[in-house]
Design a protein around this ligand. Structure first.
Ligand SMILES: NC(=O)c1ccc[n+]([C@@H]2O[C@H](COP(=O)([O-])OP(=O)(O)OC[C@H]3O[C@@H](n4cnc5c(N)ncnc54)[C@H](OP(=O)(O)O)[C@@H]3O)[C@@H](O)[C@H]2O)c1
Length: 262
């Protein structure tokens, strides 16, 4: 199986921690030059410096910006891609705050739409030329199992994830003739800051303690445990690899069997 990414340039968003950071690590292990993107410049510099180099000449870098800042996102990523064409784009950022759909203000939906769908669109537009020129590209969107089974108390997130999944499916058909695949990874409960936030929200909403909330969540996971970020990253890296060249337009759940739909 060809997993070799030597000579490819990957831009991994939301990569200062969690799933994005783990994905950057896996892609670097497969030989890619990796640029990590998130808001905290100091953390990103450390993440970039710690990425593995498995081949001579492999280089990593970072861009610090807020993906909600559309102008900065377009300008910085266009400059990066002009200097060093991007072949692999991992669209990923922090999840929207919790809460019921019915209670959310219009601004919360607009902010999530900007940070997820519009940022992804700007990132694809800024990197597309390099993928087209290479006749080879990989776009992997980190979304959520909620695109198939909405999760209680994540109303804005559920809504935006569905929009991103529909956008991605549409894009996969538009870009396949260029040798570019577009796929989604749907993480289950994964040990990151995001999971800590979800646990805190559920403790607050239910009045139960964290151990009880955690046990109730795990009772829905046949594998009986939360995922490690590296397990989600392995799926992202596979979809980014040459071996996955005929896979496009799919949503791959990595959830320990939690989803019940087929
Ligand atoms: N963990 C789970 O159980 C789980 C389950 C299903 C879906 N997901 C989804 O998968 C995605 C990644 O999850 P995760 O658990 O790895 O999240 P995480 O640990 O909270 O990490 C989020 C990453 O995104 C960056 N980020 C957040 N807001 C940003 C912004 N406005 N601009 C640029 N970068 C931004 C953060 O870095 P900075 O703070 O430095 O910007 C960080 O690197 C999220 O959308 C999450 O909702 C997670």
């Amino acid at each position: 199986m060809d997993l070799n990414l030597i000579g490819r340039h990957a831009l991994v968003c939301g990569a200062s921690e969690g799933i994005g950071r783990a994905a950057a690590h896996e892609l670097a292990l497969l030989g890619a030059n990796v640029t990590v993107l998130a808001r905290r410049a100091d953390v990103l510099a450390d993440v970039s410096a710690a990425l593995p180099c498995v081949t001579a000449g492999q280089r990593h870098g970072s861009i610090a910006l807020d993906v909600a800042d559309a102008a900065a996102l377009k300008a910085n990523v266009a400059a990066l891609a002009a200097a060093n064409p991007v072949h692999i784009l991992v669209n990923n950022t922090g999840g929207p705050p919790g809460g019921r759909a019915i209670d959310a203000a219009a601004d919360a939906y607009l902010a999530a739409f900007q940070r997820h769908l519009l940022a992804n669109q700007a990132l694809v537009q800024a990197t597309l030329l390099g993928m087209r020129d290479a006749g080879w590209g990989r776009i992997v969107n980190v979304i959520s199992t909620s695109v198939k089974e909405p999760i209680a108390n994540l109303g804005v997130s559920n809504t935006i994830r569905g929009a991103v999944a529909s956008w991605a499916k549409t894009l996969s058909r538009e870009l396949a003739p260029d040798g570019i695949t577009v796929n989604n990874v749907l993480p289950g409960y994964t040990r990151t800051q995001r999971l800590e936030q979800i646990l805190r929200d559920r403790v607050q909403a239910s009045g139960k303690d964290e151990a009880a909330v955690s046990a109730a969540m795990l009772a829905t996971v046949p594998a009986g445990r939360f995922a490690e970020p590296g397990e989600i990253a392995a799926a992202i890296a596979f979809l980014a690899s040459p071996a996955a060249g005929y896979i496009t337009g799919v949503s791959l759940a990595v959830d320990g069997g939690r989803m019940q739909s087929i």
